[in-house]
Design a protein around this ligand. Structure first.
Ligand code: B12
Length: 213
């Protein structure tokens, strides 16, 4: 039985060593990687966000929690990927220019891999030019843009406009997400879809790729 509470506490307390140890232990006991993420790590990061908002946590605490979560994700990512059956499509993903938040984006990437997609992860602070190059070289059919800051939301529009200018917009479906992003904003900037979390990213990418299962 996975000790989800211990994982939650480790991420919340920014204790990477324990987060990794608990994850290893849970996996050795055949825990479901998805459950560890959805019931342990995501709620812990939500709590970190709440504490930051009420000034109980500050940037160093945020960084430690992010590091703890990433340490555990490194172990879970390949297992999520293994769950996929047939490659469902190819996705290029990145956090847009100016934005360094990559935890949510990493989760989306892992879930997409778990959903059977080949994922080209460009990281954070990605320029429109890098997205264009990756679309060209990978032959992706879906592009996922993430933004966590209201000030970097315009980078999403700039990226979509740059895809148009480069003549690659029609080759891909563009999916946007991140805490400040809304369905209305997605529509305004000419994205094809908005997903509020990693699971909806997978359903939408599947729909865009014509995968019904
Ligand atoms: C961790 C964190 C950091 C870490 C990031 C570490 C990292 N490697 O990512 C650090 C400390 C570096 C950081 C820095 C900053 N941060 Co910060 N940070 C956060 C925090 C607490 C959590 C974000 C997070 O990881 N959430 C957990 C993940 C799982 O959730 P998520 O990212 O939303 O992703 C989910 C969905 O949104 C969705 N999703 C995400 N991307 C995509 C993409 C697609 C295509 C789809 C479909 C779905 C999708 O799926 C994900 C999984 O379900 C938030 C507060 C919060 N409540 O969100 C503030 C927050 C985002 N940060 C904030 C700020 C202000 C900053 C700084 C400017 C602080 C500063 N003064 O320096 C800097 C900016 C640096 C930069 N240039 O980017 C503000 C943003 C305010 C705003 N409206 O713009 C927030 C909201 C905190 C606050 N309330 O003030 N931050």
């Amino acid at each position: 039985m996975a000790d989800i509470q211990k994982l939650y506490d480790a991420v919340l307390n920014g204790d990477q060593k324990t987060a990794v140890a608990v994850t290893k232990e849970a996996l050795a006991g055949n825990a479901d990687p998805l459950e560890l993420i959805q019931k342990g790590m995501i709620p812990a990061m939500d709590e970190v966000g709440k504490r930051f908002e009420c000034e109980e946590f500050f940037v160093p605490e945020l960084l430690l929690s992010a590091r703890a979560m990433k340490g555990a994700l490194v172990l879970l990512r390949p297992l999520l990927a293994e769950r996929g059956a047939q490659p469902a499509g190819r996705v290029v993903i990145g956090t847009v220019k100016g934005d360094l938040h990559d935890i949510g984006k990493n989760l989306v990437a892992s879930m997409l891999e778990g959903g059977g997609f080949e994922v080209v992860d460009l990281g954070a602070d990605v320029t429109p030019e890098k997205f264009i190059e990756a679309i060209r070289t990978s032959g992706a059919n879906v592009v996922c843009l993430s933004a966590l800051l209201t000030v970097t939301m315009p980078s999403m529009k700039k990226t979509i406009d740059a895809l148009k200018d480069a003549g690659v917009r029609d080759r891909v479906k563009v999916l946007v997400g991140g805490a400040p992003v809304t369905p209305q904003f997605a529509q305004e900037i000419g994205a094809d879809g908005y997903g509020e979390n990693a699971s909806s990213a997978v359903s939408l990418a599947r729909r865009f790729s014509g995968v019904t299962a």
